[in-house]
Design a protein. Structure first.
Length: 166
């Protein structure tokens, strides 16, 4: 099956295909993979490592969204790539360099926990956030007016993009 058959609604400038048909999720994943590798080539720094550096900066009691992190890293169409990076942490669980990354502090743009098919499911994310003082409703929503992290200063982002931020 080629890319021409995909019932994509839109292909964004960064290369993201938004499919209206769940059976074509592999197309979205493939295009997302291409975007991640394009970003890595452009910056010279692994995009996932940049994501981890930003997520490490989110303080206890605050959250950010996949899209906001992508925008901070200069890739506004890469929200899903941020999600892929955080999902990849499960493969690094034995590595102490990745053990302390607060993945639970990243939610979707509506302030909702949106984990599916993950070892540490949505309820685990809610538990971790509640233990940090974040109020999570029964339907897994967080009030972004209260708990949204303001983000990093552009100089801090520049350090991360250059590979100097951890």
């Amino acid at each position: 099956m080629g890319l021409n058959c995909c019932p994509a609604k839109v292909i964004l400038p960064g290369g993201w295909a938004e499919s209206s048909d769940e059976s074509h999720g592999q197309i979205v994943t493939f295009v997302g993979w291409l975007l991640v590798h394009k970003l890595q080539r452009m910056s010279g720094i692994n995009f996932y490592e940049q994501v981890y550096a930003v997520v490490r900066q989110i303080p206890r009691g605050k959250v950010s969204s996949y899209g906001r992190i992508a925008k901070m890293l200069g890739a506004p169409n890469a929200a899903r790539a941020v999600g892929y990076a955080l999902r990849a942490l499960k493969d690094k669980s034995d590595d102490p360099d990745y053990a302390g990354i607060p993945w639970q502090r990243v939610v979707n743009s509506q302030g909702r926990i949106s984990i599916v098919n993950r070892e540490h499911g949505a309820q685990r994310q809610a538990e971790l956030l509640r233990s940090e003082g974040v109020e999570v409703s029964e339907d897994l929503r967080i009030d972004l007016d209260v708990f949204l992290w303001s983000g990093l200063h552009w100089l801090e982002i520049d350090d991360i993009m250059e590979g100097n931020g951890k």
